[in-house]
Design a protein around this ligand. Structure first.
Ligand SMILES: C[S@@+](CC[C@H](N)C(=O)[O-])C[C@H]1O[C@@H](n2cnc3c(N)ncnc32)[C@H](O)[C@@H]1O
Length: 295
């Protein structure tokens, strides 16, 4: 993998327990958050730079409008959670956990750091983070889907909170590292989410956001589309427990294709106050956005 790896600067991206033994905590105090405007266009221009709000325009093949997106996506994740890890293994050809760990290391995750994993899902990133920091109690996972949280396999000690990237229900600061694995396309408002990421980090804290981005060449993109939009959903139909699983994986591809360009995602990170914003690309499609909060 390393030979395919590029770093792009912004200016010109334990064994798991059988059942979750993590602590689920729902906090009721109001976060220092923003009020997302559901009618906001996917990209708006502020001070001459591109700031991304909604990650992509509404995908009306699946739901009617931006207002309906959150409920539709939430419903899909809840219903299909039990299938997630199995299908992810097919999509990533079994390399997903190793790759997530490698990206956390690349972003500078070290022993003893306190980590907030946003869009934790079934815990694929959080598990690797726990291995690297050495103590599962240093990891907090946040996700809005009770279904995904309920299917998470986490080492004892990981703290889990139901919440959204755009309004994280935690007080300011306290984390050295913030990770997000393949959830950025699902947030309601990227600029708000990045504002929250900045708020959650201690000075000098690091961000690591993993995503899939379209391939540059036409042929590469056609192959990726065939794999993600048709082959993986077809396999999902054969092995999934829930009938909606295949549709959700087809939807993933449509969000990848429709998502705001990486340069705009990076501008939005800068606009939220992050410095040293850069992007790592593997195999032309696996993007990791890296950024720091100033010390
Ligand atoms: C494709 S899964 C990724 C799970 C995991 N991070 C991984 O690396 O496999 C996307 C997750 O994002 C969550 N999600 C959806 N909307 C979100 C939001 N607004 N804020 C945070 N997470 C969100 C979903 O519930 C789901 O668990």
């Amino acid at each position: 993998m390393a030979s395919h790896c590029q770093l792009i600067g912004c200016k010109p991206a334990f064994a798991a327990a059988r059942r979750p033994r993590a602590r689920l905590i729902q906090l009721s105090f109001a976060p220092c958050s923003y009020t997302p405007d559901p009618n906001m266009p996917s990209v708006s221009h502020e001070s001459g730079s591109d700031i991304v709000h909604a990650p992509h325009p509404p995908l009306t093949e699946y739901y009617d409008s931006e207002e309906d997106r959150r409920d539709w996506v939430g419903d899909q994740f809840n219903k299909t959670a039990a299938d997630y890890d199995r299908i992810e293994k097919i999509l990533g050809l079994g390399t997903g956990s190793i790759y997530r760990k490698k990206m956390l290391e690349l972003a500078g995750l070290q022993h003893g750091m306190k980590v907030l994993d946003v869009g934790m899902g079934t815990g694929l990133v959080a598990r690797q983070a726990a291995l690297l920091v050495g103590d599962p109690a240093n990891i907090t996972g946040v996700d809005p889907s009770p279904g995904m949280i309920g299917s998470a396999k986490l080492p004892a000690g990981v703290r889990v909170i139901e919440g959204r990237a755009e309004s994280i229900p935690l007080p300011d600061g306290g984390y050295d590292f913030l990770s997000m694995g393949y959830a950025l396309r699902h947030v309601a408002n990227m600029a708000d989410a990045f504002g929250e990421f900045h708020r959650m980090l201690n000075p000098g804290g690091k961000v690591c956001i993993m995503e899939i981005t379209p391939a540059q060449g036409k042929l590469g993109n056609a192959l990726l589309k065939g794999y993600c939009k048709y082959l993986v959903p077809a396999l999902a139909k054969l092995v999934a427990k829930d009938k909606d699983t295949a549709q959700l994986w087809r939807y993933y591809w449509d969000t990848i294709e429709a998502c705001a360009e990486p340069t705009k995602v990076m501008s939005t990170l800068e606009s939220a106050g992050f410095v040293n914003v850069r992007r790592n690309v593997d195999l032309g499609i696996f993007t990791t956005y890296l950024a720091d909060k100033a010390a």
